[in-house]
Design a protein around this ligand. Structure first.
Ligand SMILES: [Zn+2]
Length: 419
């Protein structure tokens, strides 16, 4: 039986990874966990807490004068001024923000949050730019891929105006966020849950014979599992640093993968090992331990030509559907992947969708699917805990009434797959 399994985010949920629908919520939680308040607005900064307050400011802004500065606070408590001679910094409390202004024109902001009766002040970090952008552009109801599509459209429209690079900045942050949230979710997920999931996944890959997996997931759970069972995945695309492996199992990742990178110098795709993504770090690990730059040394030695131009997050070959057309060297890989997927679909006897909702952002896939449908008789199965929410889209796509829906999770479905 030639099966083609099509995996969406629901297939990785068992390992604690987020779905498209809760990705941003998860991202907010995870990026928030790591923060301690920088200071409290209610500190007795004129007396008891004076030194503590000034030292943290001096350390953060790297201005020595702040250690010996004079502090003034307006009567309504909304403005704090810190000054030393002609130098000064003002902190103005404005709803959920603290606006910062320096005498030299430098500006900045902090976040103010009411928590347990205290007004806690947090440092602004890069990901806060994303939340602010979502807020300003009223994108609260968008999921992460919609936001990506929106950004790509804006980047396209403004392409003549290269100074308008806020959208590019946010787009790159979103890419980084995707990478980190997947990694963090895996690390923070319950140990027992992860090991139960891995055992079932192992059962699944052992049942695969001449089968193909088409995945929309960026994570490397399946890749790693295949590898551990001596089945190096055949990705259906060419990588500079590895012969395309002649594995029986094709794993075609249509939206790319966290372990695929583009060498910044020769622009050739390379694939990394999975260890840095699948090794679970301790929950007490600090944010800097997750810095993408960790990977730099890895990458440089891996490009067969030993190129050493600095690696950036844009070099990770993950491609939410709207992104592909703008990145020529991604496009080649993605075209190759689509071709491989199409070939496998054409000879499929059974197509099984797992945790995949046929979302609108993947309209291209509907066309890929319809233009590659097998000529011979084939069956369609959809595995999802809540099939009633997605059945309509499947009926409409396949124009077929005999689709079988299995109301269950991927992990519960695995034991029912015939050996
Ligand atoms: Zn290179």
């Amino acid at each position: 039986m030639r099966n083609v399994y099509i995996l969406g985010a629901g297939a990785s949920e068992g390992a604690g990874l987020p779905l498209m629908s809760n990705f941003l919520e998860r991202a907010k939680d995870l990026t928030g966990i790591r923060k301690e308040p920088f200071f409290r607005w209610g500190y007795d900064i004129l007396n008891k807490d004076r030194e503590k307050f000034l030292n943290s400011l001096a350390w953060y802004f790297q201005y020595k004068w702040m250690r010996r500065a004079k502090i003034e606070r307006t009567e309504d408590g909304k403005v704090i001024k810190v000054s030393f001679g002609k130098k000064w910094l003002s902190l103005i409390l404005n709803n959920e923000r603290v606006e910062l202004n320096f005498e030299n024109g430098r500006t900045g902001k902090f976040i103010a949050k009411k928590e347990n009766g205290e007004l806690n002040i947090y440092k602004w970090d890069d990901f806060d730019d994303i939340w602010e952008y979502i807020n300003v552009h009223k994108l609260e109801n968008f999921n992460i891929e919609d936001i990506f599509g929106y950004l790509e459209m804006k980047i396209d429209i403004n392409s003549l105006d290269s100074d308008k690079n806020e959208d590019v900045h946010i787009r790159n942050l979103v890419l980084e966020l995707i990478e980190k949230v997947i990694k963090w979710s895996y690390d923070y997920s319950d140990e027992e849950k992860v090991s139960k999931y891995s055992m079932l996944l192992e059962k699944f890959v052992k049942k695969l014979k001449n089968d193909t997996i088409i995945s929309f997931n960026y994570d490397v759970l399946i890749d790693d599992c295949l590898d551990k069972n001596g089945l190096s995945p055949d990705y259906g695309a060419t990588f500079e640093n590895k012969e395309s492996s002649k594995s029986d199992i094709q794993l075609i990742k249509l939206h790319g993968s966290l372990n695929w990178k583009i060498c910044p110098e020769c622009k050739k795709p390379i694939r990394l090992n999975y260890d840095y993504l699948t090794e679970r770090r301790s929950k007490s690990a600090t944010k800097t331990e997750y810095d993408v730059n960790d990977l730099l040394s890895n990458i440089l030695t891996i490009c067969p030509k030993k190129h050493n131009r600095s690696y950036m997050i844009e070099n990770t070959l993950i491609a939410p559907p709207s992104y592909i057309k703008n990145v020529p060297h991604f496009r080649e890989v993605i075209n190759e992947l689509r071709k491989s997927a199409s070939e496998k679909l054409k000879i499929a006897e059974k197509i099984i969708f797992i945790g995949y909702s046929l979302p609108q952002t993947d309209t291209y896939f509907k066309y890929l699917l319809l233009s590659s449908l097998p000529e011979k008789e084939f069956s369609v199965e959809v595995v999802d805990p809540n099939p009633q929410n997605i059945a309509g889209r499947y009926f409409e796509t396949f124009k077929k009434n005999d689709i079988s829906f299995r109301a269950m999770k991927f992990e519960d479905y695995i034991p029912s797959i015939p050996e």
